[in-house]
Design a protein around this ligand. Structure first.
Ligand code: COA
Length: 155
């Protein structure tokens, strides 16, 4: 297994991994989530991510199979936290058959190395509160819970 930056030829596999992530994560946790978004828009969105210098698009590869992906993105400066240079771990997924063998850890380590190389001082990730296994994964890698978003339906 190797972790490497995605190239344009990986686009279909990155989109497929994102489709899987939406279906498994947001699709089971947020009834308002449009899980068909990556099917419709994924090629354009992730195609741009692969070539954007402010975005890290990684794939985990076994043989010629993509078995995981990670998207990381530099954040815009926030004047209310002027000393922070931030990057967001926007999405990460490992194929179910390959979980629990350190691939997620390798993807996260490569993201942190990329971020440090760009002067980033703080990396962040959003997770559904009910995604306890992903939260356990992040906490094991030094991420600490910060803000809590509360949604209220006012229809
Ligand atoms: C979170 C995820 C990327 C971790 O990848 P991974 O390759 O399984 O991670 P590692 O092997 O490096 O670490 C395993 C740890 O991840 C956590 N984990 C989360 N979901 C897991 C799963 N389904 N199977 C095994 N471990 C899982 C465990 O805490 C485990 O720690 P442990 O070994 O102490 O039990 C992966 O489980 C995944 O794709 N989950 C579904 C998608 C998702 O929720 N993404 C995050 C959205 S915020």
């Amino acid at each position: 297994m190797t972790v490497r930056p995605a190239v344009p030829d990986d686009l279909d596999a990155v989109v497929a991994s994102a489709v899987g992530l939406f279906a498994e994560d947001a699709g089971t946790r947020d009834p308002l989530m449009d899980v068909s978004w990556p099917v419709r828009e994924g090629h354009e969105y992730y195609g741009s991510a692969i070539t954007d210098p402010d975005v890290l698009c990684l794939v985990a590869v076994s043989g010629d199979q993509v078995i995981g992906h990670l998207i990381g993105r530099l954040k815009r400066p926030n004047p209310t936290r002027p000393t922070v240079v931030g990057a967001e771990l926007e999405s990460v997924r490992v194929d179910p058959a390959h979980r629990g063998s350190g691939i997620g850890a390798e993807l996260d380590a490569a993201f942190v190395e990329w971020a440090r190389g760009r002067g980033v001082t703080e990396v962040s990730v959003h997770a559904f509160a009910s995604n306890t296994s992903a939260i356990r994964f992040y906490e094991a890698h030094g991420y600490v819970p910060s803000s809590l978003q509360l949604n209220r339906d006012i229809t």
